[in-house]
Design a binder for this molecule. Structure first.
Ligand code: NAG
Ligand code: NAG
Ligand code: NAG
Ligand code: NAG
Length: 416
């Protein structure tokens, strides 16, 4: 099944070129440039991440939704190695893998490697990825070794127990993988049948700015999200890459992280509104255009100091993108993972825990907070819901995408 989403620009260009060439088959094949163009969103994590994000948000029931497309893509690729036939084909379509093409796998592995190396400079992050199995037939040793060594996924067998206990076990696994951060509860109960495999990712992310913020913990302001709360704001003036889309009424701002290994992009509507309108605008084409128009601008910037926790189950969204057979006990084919598995071994859930911290610190102890001398700065006052993207600078991968719909401070009553 082909998902019905806007086709990336590059793909259209390639199609156009191919149709020109079809009349001249002698022409040499186009060589894609080995140099990654950072402002373009060719990395496969963008297509997957934006589609999943929009799909998670479409009915408005999820708030403070975050995922890491890079982690997710990596773990789906790991599981793909256990699949065969149409089940494997649907993983390929989802991840953009074409026949005999190792590129996607290499690109994902490379990005994850860079990201691990940047840990401790531009950001710290704690990540855990695992494949849980519930009363499943024995998984092949070669498959489990590949999961562990190549993709960094542990394998954990869930014993025959109450559902409640499975979820508790997963939750405590996630919490320890996130260095003890509090985890949000999953909205629906987890229902697993014997033979189910559960793919789980957990991460805690804290970025360090290239230039730190001024903040007062006592200085509480109102955050006008889907709930109104009090939150400390952090402030800084300086020159940032910025773009104002007048037509769509959104400000786009790029914040570099320490040592330039990653950056955070914020999308803030001009006015207080819930993010439904902006969520629908988030196509790959549009984000690419926005990033291409960023321009050095004087900004007076204020951000909430906060922590966002999110737990999502992605079955519905992945199925909508064409991953259909993997969930079906009858048609799932994970016979590379286990020769005994046919007709039983299936995907039971894909769970994702995320915690992201917005804090004032820069990566450098010396340049803590220092305002730049700027004239007539534009105001970027993030006291209402906004979208956050984090991308790796060296590979262009989308590390995280999510929404801050509300902060978790004390609620404001009867003020308005
Ligand atoms: C990042 O570094 C911290 C220590 O600074 C470590 O505890 C953590 O496991 C590292 N994360 C990854 C993904 O390697
Ligand atoms: C990304 O990396 C390049 C080269 O290392 C650097 O010139 C650029 O400033 C970085 N971008 C950001 C946003 O830090
Ligand atoms: C950036 O701003 C300058 C001066 O305002 C302008 O000349 C230039 O075209 C802008 N660049 C982009 C990419 O919008
Ligand atoms: C599972 O697959 C079988 C065989 O392809 C099909 O008949 C059945 O409808 C599927 N079940 C679900 C719930 O999709």
């Amino acid at each position: 099944m082909v998902p019905t989403f806007p086709v990336p620009l590059l793909f259209l260009q390639v199609l156009a070129l191919q149709s020109v060439w079809s009349s001249a088959p002698q022409e040499p094949k186009v060589q894609s440039s080995p140099q990654t163009d950072i402002s373009s969103l060719h990395h496969p994590t963008w297509s997957l991440g934006l589609q999943l994000y929009r799909s998670l948000r479409i009915d408005g029931s999820q708030t403070n939704t975050f995922i890491s497309p890079l982690l997710l893509a990596n773990s789906l690729l790991a599981l793909e190695h256990g699949a065969k036939g149409p089940t494997a084909g649907q993983f390929h379509d989802l991840l953009g893998i074409t026949k005999n093409d190792k590129a996607v796998g290499e690109v994902l592995t490379k990005a994850l490697k860079y990201v691990r190396e940047a840990n401790g400079t531009s950001y710290t992050w704690h990540i855990s990825s695992a494949l849980f199995s519930k009363q499943a037939p024995k998984l092949k040793k070669s498959f489990l070794e590949k999961l562990q060594t190549h993709f960094g996924l542990q394998h954990v067998a869930l014993e025959d127990a109450q559902k409640q206990t499975d979820m508790e076990k997963l939750q405590s696994w996630a919490k320890s993988g996130m260095d003890g951060e509090e985890t949000a509860d999953l909205e629906q109960a987890l229902e697993t049948k014997p033979g189910a495999m559960i793919l789980a990712n957990a991460l805690h992310f804290k970025g360090f700015w290239d230039r730190g913020f001024y903040h007062e913990n006592q200085d509480l302001r109102s955050f006008l999200g889907t709930r109104y709360t009090k939150v400390p704001m952090m402030h800084r003036s300086g020159v940032y890459r910025h773009y104002e889309d007048m037509e769509n009424m959104v400000q786009v701002l790029e914040l570099g992280l320490w040592e330039g290994k990653a950056s955070m992009v914020l999308l803030l509507p001009f006015h207080v509104e819930n993010l439904a309108r902006l969520d629908r605008l988030l196509t790959q084409d549009r984000v690419e255009k926005w990033l291409g128009k960023l321009n050095s601008t004087s900004i007076a910037l204020s951000l909430p100091r906060t922590k966002i926790s999110s737990t999502v189950s992605l079955q519905k969204q992945l199925a909508a993108l064409g991953l259909v057979d993997a969930w079906n006990e009858t048609s799932a084919d994970f016979s590379t993972a286990s020769s005994l598995g046919q007709g039983k071994l299936h995907l039971g859930a894909v769970l994702h825990w995320t915690s992201l911290e917005l804090a004032p610190e820069s990566g450098s102890k010396e340049s803590m907070h220092e305002d730049e001398d700027v004239e007539k700065p534009k105001i970027f006052y993030a006291d209402h819901s906004f979208i956050i993207l984090v991308r790796d600078n060296s590979t262009g991968a989308l590390l995280m995408i999510g929404a801050l719909d509300h902060t978790d401070g004390p609620a404001i009553h009867d003020e308005l």
